[in-house]
Design a protein around this ligand. Structure first.
Ligand code: HCA
Ligand code: CU
Length: 452
């Protein structure tokens, strides 16, 4: 049964912030998977995602209960072998099964070798009436008996209980159930299932729960329906919540939940460095790119740890960034693996950018006056782009054919010092999927490698 697990939770010293990743459970419920006719993550996807999360420093990974499907059961074994293979290198990672308060779910998870069980059942009026139809007495009896039983027979399992839709559940109702469950669990979830919570409400909930259940840790799970998934998670951490559920890129049911990298990025900006213990922050952008490619998407523009946050289009911005990057790049994204900046050549580019591009990247021999003249012509011409034209092509055509510019031949070793590349640049190692990265798609991007 569970004897194969090598490590017990009681031996684990939790860090100030424990991410519970639920990309492979909540994230699998994302409608984005359907956009590209993908529908589910393949076993290879799941293994790669689990491996990347473990290497990043995540210690808790939530999966569906294996009872969901034979495939899910098989995936459990595969993910477990990934986890086992990384124990010597990265330490132990706990695999948690998301289970209904139902013995079949529990049995399937224990058989699959789960380290913990994340029980959930709806407690709000709507959940009780329209989801499972049970009243409080029935919920309490069922959950308590099951938890008592599991706790007795499998004392090493990490047991967590969540009242689904906790933020539409009046405090008195939550207490009524949690009071009965508290002796049997190490952690209570407080899921904001429909994304209705506000930061003030989150703080209040945490304060009352901490006071009432001093021996039970709290775990957050914040949906994004109002756009609050990040601020609610930040507020929760600031109010002393140690465990927060996140997914890669924040994907999940409807508009998803908190993104792992956006949360850690904000902890860093707010100088909460102890909360970053054990996370490989430089792997943030790479893990986002890897995961976006699984969704057949680019890293979304609203994800803070993205190249988009280092891409500049307006002439005023480009000029300032060329002078002093901090003007429009105030955050240490390079420490989160975004090591380049991009300037997009287009109708909004100023002469500075055009000068920089022609001189520093293309090695044309020109002065500022010529650059200004070329910029004028470019600005008229660039509005008539054909489907096969790119702004950089138009610009170099103007420079060579209309202004008769010629290129300096700079030695290779010097070129590397000036700027790395542009456009769809970095050659991809054979067999590797294309990076789901805006830079790889753009024909008109000037990438600037940061030295820091
Ligand atoms: C679900 C609901 C859930 C559960 C969260 C939890 C939610 O998709 O089953 O178990 O803590 O948002 O309430 O994701
Ligand atoms: Cu959820």
């Amino acid at each position: 049964m569970n004897a194969g697990n090598l490590f017990q939770f009681t031996q684990y010293q939790p860090r100030p912030l424990e991410i519970i990743d639920t990309t492979l459970r909540e994230g699998s419920q994302s409608s984005l998977l359907h956009d590209h006719y993908k529908y589910f993550f393949s076993q290879e996807d799941k293994m790669e995602i689990a491996r990347a999360l473990i290497q990043y420093g995540v210690k808790f990974i939530e999966l569906f209960a294996p009872i969901v499907s034979p495939q899910e059961k098989d995936d459990w074994a595969a993910i477990r072998s990934v986890r086992n293979g990384l124990v010597m290198q990265k330490g132990y990672t706990f695999l948690l099964a998301h289970v209904r308060c139902h013995p079949d779910d529990v049995e399937s998870a224990i058989e699959a070798g789960a380290d913990g069980l994340n029980f959930y059942i709806g407690l709000s009026d709507v959940s009780r009436n329209y989801n499972h139809g049970k009243d409080f007495d029935a919920i309490i009896t069922r959950a308590r008996n099951l938890l008592e039983d599991v706790g007795r027979n499998h004392p090493n399992l990490i047991l967590r209980f969540s009242g689904e839709d906790a933020f539409r559940t009046p405090e008195a109702n939550l207490f009524r159930v949690y009071d009965e469950i508290a002796p049997h669990v190490v952690r209570f979830g407080t899921p904001d299932t429909v994304g209705i919570a506000t930061p003030a409400g989150v703080r209040r909930r945490i304060e009352v729960l901490r006071q009432r259940y001093p021996n039970v840790d709290l775990e957050g799970h914040f949906h994004h329906d109002r756009g609050f998934s990040l601020v609610n998670a930040l507020e929760a951490v600031n109010a002393g919540m140690r465990y927060v559920q996140t997914t890669l890129l924040g994907v999940g049911e409807r508009s998803g939940i908190t993104s792992m990298t956006e949360l850690l990025f904000n902890m860093h900006i707010d100088k909460m460095y102890d909360h970053l213990e054990g996370y490989n922050l430089r792997g943030s952008y790479p893990i986002n790119v890897m995961f976006a490619s699984k969704l057949r998407k680019l890293v979304p523009s609203r994800e803070p740890v993205s190249l988009t946050n280092r891409t500049h289009t307006a002439g005023v911005h480009q000029k300032a960034v060329l002078n002093y990057a901090n003007t429009y790049e105030p955050f240490p994204l390079d420490q989160f693996g975004v090591s380049e900046s991009e300037m997009l050549l287009g109708p909004l580019s100023g002469w500075n950018m055009i000068y920089y591009f022609l001189k520093e990247i293309k090695y044309y021999n020109l002065g500022e006056g010529t650059a200004r003249k070329i910029a004028k012509v470019f600005k008229e011409r660039v509005y008539n782009l054909g489907p096969d034209d790119s702004p950089t092509q138009i610009l170099t055509d103007i420079a060579e054919n209309e202004f008769g510019l010629s290129r300096l031949s700079a030695p290779e070793r010097v070129r590397g010092n000036i700027v790395q590349h542009m456009g769809p640049q970095t050659p991809r190692p054979a067999g590797q999927e294309p990076a789901a990265d805006p830079a790889a798609e753009r024909q008109n991007a000037v990438s600037i490698k940061r030295e820091n």
